[in-house]
Design a protein around this ligand. Structure first.
Ligand code: SF4
Length: 232
């Protein structure tokens, strides 16, 4: 495992682009996914710029290795573009799509995002994909009704329809992340075993400890009974 004060490859590419082009008020697409997964995780990564790698993030990085290089190819009559740079002025987001397929005539872009695990109960992956579609719509002046999430564990694609509800959720999440970045305040932790267990920031966040900080009375009690006080 490695530990560093930086970002993983896709986050780094997104962050670099935003800075290089002077799009300071633009947020990385991945931040939307992080926010829906856990607002504190989003704050730690995008406000504090802290990143820790664990087994799950490393697996995700390996999965993305094949789509991280810019390029294009033809697969079963479909033109496939890799590592496509994206930007939306409306949402104020920027990033990189793993894959954009061009279907039909005239060619219609269909975003495809690669994920390590399996379909989840929350909508973080769908929101990230929908934001990519909104970027492509704005950049190419087309309507994009659907995209796909490819999950490494199931080795299957899941179709995602970009309906009004998902588009509204995506716009709302983008606005919430902008507010987070403006405030610069990292939200407090909310411990959830299923969510925090695989989180690579668990050791930095310490959600159980932060949720129940040592009280002054417990500190005094330990100091008086000699069982040790914090910092001793
Ligand atoms: S450990 Fe839990 S509360 Fe902390 S950032 Fe990760 S998911 Fe969020």
């Amino acid at each position: 495992m490695t530990s560093r004060k930086a970002s993983p490859s896709s986050n780094a590419r997104e962050a670099e682009r935003g800075t290089m082009n002077g799009e300071a008020e633009s947020i990385p697409l991945s931040a939307l996914q992080h926010w829906l997964f856990c607002p504190r995780q989003c704050g730690l990564i995008h406000v504090e710029r802290i990143w820790r790698e664990n087994l799950f993030t490393a697996q995700g990085r390996v999965l993305h290795a094949s789509t991280d290089k810019k390029g294009h190819e033809q697969r079963k009559g479909v033109r496939v573009l890799k590592a496509v740079e994206l930007f939306s002025a409306r949402l104020g987001v920027h990033g990189v799509a793993d894959v954009v397929e061009l279907h039909g005539h005239p060619p219609r872009p269909v975003p495809v995002e690669y994920k390590r695990g399996r379909p989840k109960a929350h909508r973080a992956d769908e929101v990230q994909l929908c934001a990519q579609a909104i970027c492509l719509e704005e950049m190419m002046q087309v309507e994009i009704p659907r995209g796909f999430l490819f999950y490494g564990q199931t080795r299957r694609r899941k179709e995602v329809r970009f309906d009004t509800e998902l588009r509204e959720l995506t716009a709302r999440v983008a606005a919430e992340v902008h507010e987070l970045m403006r405030s610069g305040r990292v939200p407090p932790p909310a411990y959830d075993k299923a969510r925090c267990g695989p989180c690579s920031l668990l050791s930095v966040c310490r959600p159980r400890r932060m949720a129940r900080p040592p009280s002054v009375s417990r500190w005094l009690e330990r100091a008086i009974t000699g069982s040790g006080a914090p910092g001793t």
